[in-house]
Design a binder for this molecule. Structure first.
Ligand code: 5GP
Ligand code: MN
Length: 348
């Protein structure tokens, strides 16, 4: 029954409803897993599922390959998340013993980092819920729709499909809303489908505090981070003329100077796009073993392809990430050359 479940459809096919109902009535041990460096969508969508299955009396666990950023720690039940990098044995056991594994918000097994081996080894029935292009994971069911705002939005429909809607409560709704809100940058991108707002309206009916959720996620940073943003935009942002591409490279020393913590870079990569003439943006951040890059773009510029081709990564057309395995001093020329080559390739 492997990946033949994937069809090019725009919505979850209703006919899987009975098959999945049967699955969830016969198997009770569930593990939910999101991707490495989990974002609001991976954590929100996974927690939403976790709480629904917990409310329904399942033996359910939730695993993330690496730690959550500060601005997601307020999410209900986030303390139940087992972090693979911190608790490898426990996380592996949960994956290996699970009868059903639900994978949220990723399209390649590599995206779960070190948890990959246990995920692959597990004999559980695997279900993917995602919205990235070209799902490449080896799962039994693939619910992957690029038109959707977020994996969390698909999670909501999935819960409806398997007939567990009665187990949605305010906490579940808050988690799913957080996923939709963060992946759409508070409804500024990927959110033009009528259905997205119908789901949001339903989530509001559970009594979620929409403005508080915004506050928890976007107004939860330090003064140092604000100064770091000022410094980056003033001193570090550069523009590649001719292709309207901006880049920012941040060294480890600079991050230390501003007491940088994980998650602080979040959102900075989007800022250059507020300039009418800048159509794409990269931020490169020096880590111990590599340079982490985040890419964002407008309109038809496909940073997913750019990242796949030059930055060992991927993502969506207008939002992607990846890694550069070079020294920090060689990063600038590599980015400029990559971007120029990419645009030249596209012109040819
Ligand atoms: P971010 O820039 O926030 O890290 O990631 C933006 C988007 O790209 C997200 O959809 C994320 O899932 C994806 N992404 C980030 N890093 C990688 C990576 O190393 N590989 C792949 N395939 N996708 C990534
Ligand atoms: Mn997502």
């Amino acid at each position: 029954m492997k990946s033949d479940k994937f069809e090019k459809v725009k919505n979850i096919p209703k006919r899987y409803s009975e098959e999945l109902a049967e699955l969830f009535s016969s198997k009770k041990r569930i593990a939910v897993i999101g991707h490495h460096n989990p974002d609001g969508d991976a954590v929100g969508g996974s927690l939403g599922l976790y709480i629904v299955f917990k409310n329904a009396g399942f033996d359910v666990s939730i695993i993330m390959p690496s730690e959550l950023t500060e601005f997601l720690l307020w999410l209900p039940d986030s303390e139940d998340i087992v972090i693979y990098d911190k608790d490898k044995d426990k996380a592996s056991q949960l994956l290996l013993k699970a009868e059903i594994i639900i994978c949220v918000d990723f399209n390649e097994a590599e995206r779960v980092g070190n948890a990959q081996e246990a995920l692959k080894k597990s004999e559980a029935v695997k279900i993917l819920i995602d919205h990235h292009p070209n799902p490449g994971t080896d799962t039994d069911y693939i619910f992957s729709f690029t038109e959707y705002s977020s994996a969390s939005e698909i999670v909501y429909e999935f819960i409806e499909l398997v007939d567990f809607k009665q187990y949605i409560d305010k906490d579940v709704a808050s988690c799913i809303y957080t996923g939709i809100m963060t992946d759409t940058l508070n409804f500024s991108v990927n959110s033009s489908r009528e259905e997205t707002f119908k789901i949001v309206a339903e989530l509001l009916s559970f009594g979620i505090k929409k403005d508080k959720i915004y506050d928890n996620v976007y107004n939860n940073f330090s003064v140092d981070r604000l100064k770091l943003i000022g410094y980056i935009l003033y001193k570090k942002m550069k523009i590649i003329k001719g292709v309207d591409f901006s880049y920012m490279i941040i060294t480890k020393e600079e991050m230390e100077e501003f007491n940088f913590i994980d998650g602080d870079h979040e959102g900075i990569v989007n800022m250059p796009l507020s300039v009418s003439d800048i159509n794409a943006s990269i931020i490169a951040i020096e880590k111990d073993d590599f340079i982490k890059v985040s890419l964002r773009s407008k309109k038809e510029i496909d940073v997913n392809s750019l990242s796949k081709r030059f930055f060992n990564g991927g993502g969506h057309k207008n939002a992607a990430g990846g890694k550069i395995y070079k020294k920090i001093e060689d990063t600038e020329s590599y980015i400029i050359d990559s971007v120029k080559t990419f645009f030249k390739l596209q012109d040819d």
